[in-house]
Structures are given as structure tokens and as C-alpha cells.
Design a protein around this ligand. Structure first.
Ligand code: FES
Length: 189
């Protein structure tokens, strides 16, 4: 038998005499494809998932007990500063008494706080002009003409409801999602 005939014979013999080997080869090939696709898709899926440390901070609990009336604190939620302010009775009254037509971004105070918990104002501490962090949480900070926060970058001023009252900022300080988890505790996020 010639060499070519011998090779042809060998191929025919493997293919015809042992179908289980063929099936095994097909199975292997199929698995390789699945593994290959999995290896390509996983990095995409994985890159779309939030990192574990981000997930861990997707909600935070804030103990309000140490925040005295008239004080404000800054907490960090999802990498953003959030101002939590314990408003005085005067600050609440002033915020509630502002006519909506005096506001750059009309919104009532009642729409910015939780009913029955009006003393607590919770806002995202990022100026809506170009993103600076306004001053007003420390006792020594300027609070502007409206008693809330003052942005030193371009002079925007916010009132005791976190509503913009002066300057280039186009809208009020944002409101994060939050809920009371007790009388002196809130959960943000
Ligand atoms: S960033 Fe606050 S006024 Fe411009």
C-alpha cells in the first residue's frame, strides 16, 4: 500500500471505527467554545458590576443624636458630601414662610423635609452651579444672607431649606433618598 493510501486508511479507521472518540472530540470543541465565550463576556459583566466597597456604601446610617439644634454635619454617601442639619425653630419658620415666587427654583420647604421631622434637613452638599462644596456647616463658616450655605466659588447662596436664593447656581441643593430608621437615626440610600 502506498504512503498516501496508508494515511487515508488510518483517517478512515479512526473516524469509522470509534464514533465515541468523535463525540468526545465534538464535546471538547463545544466546551472550548463555551469557555472561550465565557472568558470574553465575564470581564464585560464584571466591569459593569459596582465594586464591593461601593456596594457597601450604597446606603449608610447616620446617628442624629449628637447633632445639636442649630448644628450641621457632613457625612459621605456614595462619595458625595451630604449635609444633615438640625434646624432651629426660627430657621424652620423662615424656610416655611418664603413665597414660592421669590425662589429661583420654586419648591416648598414641606417638599424638602419629612412630615413631622421638619427640624431635620438632609441635602447633597454639592453646589448646583459647578460642583463646589458650599460652606455653612461649621459655626465659623459664612452662611450667606439667607442663613443656609454659601458657595465660595462664585457666590451662590442657599437658604435654610437648601434652596438657591442668589448667584449663578440654577437649582436647589439636591435631596438624597433617605428614611428615618428611628427617632434619631436616618438611613441614606
Ligand atoms: S460652584 Fe458654587 S457658585 Fe459656582
Amino acid at each position: 500500500m502506498s504512503d498516501t493510501a496508508t494515511v487515508r486508511q488510518a483517517i478512515t479507521t479512526v473516524g469509522a471505527a470509534d464514533p465515541s472518540k468523535r463525540d468526545f472530540l465534538k464535546l471538547l470543541t463545544g466546551s472550548a467554545v463555551v469557555i472561550g465565550v465565557g472568558a470574553i463576556v465575564w470581564p464585560f459583566i464584571d466591569s459593569m458590576s459596582p465594586a464591593k466597597d461601593v456596594l457597601a456604601l450604597s446606603s449608610i446610617e447616620v446617628d442624629l443624636a449628637p447633632v445639636q439644634e442649630g448644628q450641621a454635619i457632613t457625612v459621605v454617601w456614595r462619595g458625595k458630601p451630604v449635609f444633615v442639619r438640625n434646624r432651629t425653630a426660627d430657621e424652620i419658620k423662615t424656610a416655611e414662610g418664603v413665597a414660592l415666587n421669590q425662589l429661583i427654583d420654586p419648591q416648598s420647604d414641606a417638599d424638602r423635609v419629612k412630615a413631622g421631622k421638619e427640624k431635620w434637613l438632609v441635602v447633597i452638599g454639592i453646589c448646583t452651579h459647578l460642583g463646589c462644596v458650599p460652606l455653612g456647616n461649621k459655626v465659623s463658616d459664612p452662611r450667606g444672607d439667607f442663613g443656609g450655605w454659601f458657595c465660595p466659588c462664585h457666590g451662590s447662596q442657599y437658604d435654610t431649606s437648601g434652596r438657591v436664593r442668589h448667584g449663578p447656581a440654577p437649582s436647589n441643593l439636591g435631596l438624597p433618598p433617605y428614611a428615618f430608621a428611628g427617632d434619631t437615626k436616618i438611613k441614606i440610600g
